[in-house]
Design a protein around this ligand. Sequence first.
Ligand code: GAR
Length: 370
Amino acid sequence: METVSYPPVIVSAPFISTLEETAQWRDQMDAEGKRVVFTNGVFDLLHVGHVRYLNEARALGDAMVVAINADESVRELKGEGRPLYTAADRAEILCALAAVDRVVVFSEKRATNAIETIRPHIYTKGGDYTAKSLIDEEREVILRMGIDIQILSLVQGKSTSNTIKKMEGVAPVSEKPRLALLGSGTGSNVRALVESIGSVTLDAEVGLIMSDVAESGVLEIAREKGLTGIHIEPGSKKRGHLTDAALKEIVDRLKANRIDLVILAGFMRVVREPLLSEFSGRILNIHPSLLPSFPGLNAAKQAVQAGVSESGCTVHLVDASIDGGEVLAQAAVPVESTDTADTLQVRIQAEEHILYAATIQNYWKKLQEK
Ligand code: GAR
């Protein structure tokens, strides 16, 4: 086996280079026919997503300079309490990576001045940027200087903000979401979701199933699959209504079960405060129409009566409106001239069973990246 010997640790190494030093170093590299890669970011609390990104970026050229935001601009970008590590600490950690040759600190919000001074051969950016969505000011400089732009893919599910949330107990410790499935009826969507998890289409776990109807198919499925099923007494005879006590019970149970996403699947009660705020951006619903068309009850019947040639289903976020929250995904279903509300509903549901699992999976990934 080959033995690896490490160089002695140089305690006083200058981990932060000035822009001028880096520009000179770049010229030296250039004279040797080497291509310098430039990337910039905060790089607070380094995680594996950073490391993979930096390795990939470095492989685009022969040497790499990383420009990091000064502490004040991190505070402006990310809020009080950030950065966790000072620029000096972040620079020292970055310098320990094999991929990183130089670290510079820039105090402006944009890295434009650093790019202009250093004049790298390759500019690279990660994540959800595209060449088009690069900050205009930076893009203008990069294009003017003839620098090669390379956009690298984001490492899914890794971010410093998410790590901090996990440590604060706000985000789940597991990377797959714990779902609560809420329904009032037959539960074909609940069944499809539970079975998607079994067949790996959906990487999630079901924490609990709740229904406002004691004898619903939804609770039957919970029993059949050995999952926790809970009947919530709605406390109100009014159609679609839940009393404050019922809502409190739902919230308490969701919290006690460490639920990440609340999945409404034919849950025929209006969701309101405090549930909306407690799970803001984390309550999803499926509706049997292409919203904003035909919200409310009997959507398939509404579509047939309106004589439309196409309907479908929508997965959306739940807010205080009726079926009016942000649309996450839709699937279209043609309406045949012979369709009744029942025949159309059957075909819509077949689409729902595919759409819901895929949308939950994608949405959870998006939340993890935030
Ligand atoms: C589903 O088609 C769902 O879209 C609809 O109830 C049905 C429940 O069926 N939801 C709504 O209309 C909500 N406004 P399921 O119990 O067989 O899943």
